[in-house]
Design a protein around this ligand. Structure first.
Ligand code: BMX
Length: 287
């Protein structure tokens, strides 16, 4: 039996494949998530790119943006990633990889497990938040990762039903959309660059996103009282974002204030987490 697990992390912006040994990432291959086509084509392109890794792994973990039910992959927000309802994910990955031991989970839940086990969660009760193309999350309580819908904070709604989901007002997609009148076609990263260069419009957009995330952290503290909230994702880890959230929460009474940490595994959290989950599950299955 190989020690290596093939771990895939498919998000709204990028696809990351990695060979993982315990918590160590041995090799990676990254490519943009295609804007068109369907998951069968995306996965085929990814497996073509890593064809040289065949034979080095016998277990596969797949972390994806969206929800997994019985190996079927569906979107909650098709603006984050446009997946048809109930795409047969584990069956497709099993066929493309030639492995029977395939475990699939939500991307943010997998990253939560990675951070809990090997990163900034420090094996304490924690909530992980990824602020990226969308907003995802994962919850670990008493050493257990909650599955199913648990942690889908980006899907929260306000009292104004018509205003859509929280991620529609906070995420990387939202940040890029708000830049249109100021810098046509700008990406979220370019908005952060403009904010760092002192552009007021960009600072306002980043500030508005951080304010909503700060409020979310405050509410998570009240709902679950986790020892830590770990923040990851391309937006969450962008320079200045976490500090802005901390400042916005600085006046809270200490008992109500969440303890915030930057994700330690950065963009490897998902592959490290899903590899560990897939490895332990496959050991159970083979027992
Ligand atoms: C959305 C949802 C979550 C995901 C989160 C972060 C979809 C397709 N995705 O809330 O399942 O965890 O985005 O996703 O409905 P990312 O692609 O930004 O990492």
């Amino acid at each position: 039996m190989s020690r290596l697990v093939l771990a895939l992390d498919i998000g709204g912006t990028k696809m990351l494949a990695a060979l993982v040994d315990g918590s160590s990432v041995i090799e990676t291959h990254k490519m943009p998530t295609p804007r068109g086509g369907d998951p069968e084509q995306w996965l085929t392109a990814l497996f073509d790119a890593i064809a040289g890794w065949k034979g080095r792994y016998d277990t596969v973990g797949v972390a994806v943006s969206g929800i997994i039910d019985d190996g079927c992959w569906s979107a909650l927000n098709r603006k984050t990633l446009d997946i048809p309802d109930c795409f047969p994910l584990t069956a497709t990955v099993s066929r493309l990889s030639g492995c029977n031991a395939v475990l699939a989970a939500n991307d943010a839940q997998a990253a939560a497990w990675g951070e809990y086990s090997f990163g900034a969660g420090a094996q304490q009760d924690m909530v992980f938040l990824t602020i990226s193309t969308g907003i995802g999350g994962g919850i670990v309580v008493n050493g257990k990762l909650l599955g199913g819908l648990a942690g889908h904070f980006g899907q929260f709604r306000s009292l104004d039903e018509a205003s859509g989901t929280l991620e529609d007002h906070v995420s990387g997609n939202w940040i890029a959309s708000q830049a249109a009148p100021h810098l046509s076609g700008a990406t979220a990263r370019e908005v952060f660059e403009a904010a760092a260069a002192g552009q007021t419009w960009a600072k306002d957009i980043v500030g508005a996103s951080a304010r909503q995330t700060a409020l979310l952290c405050r509410n998570i503290k009240l709902a679950l009282d986790p020892a830590r909230i770990v923040i990851g994702g391309g937006i969450g880890l962008a320079p200045g974002y976490l500090d802005a959230i901390r400042q916005m929460l600085a006046a809270l009474p200490p008992r109500l204030a969440p303890e915030l940490h930057a994700a330690a595994l950065t963009e490897s959290a998902g592959v490290v987490g899903i590899a560990d989950l897939a490895r332990s599950r496959s050991q159970v299955d083979r027992a």
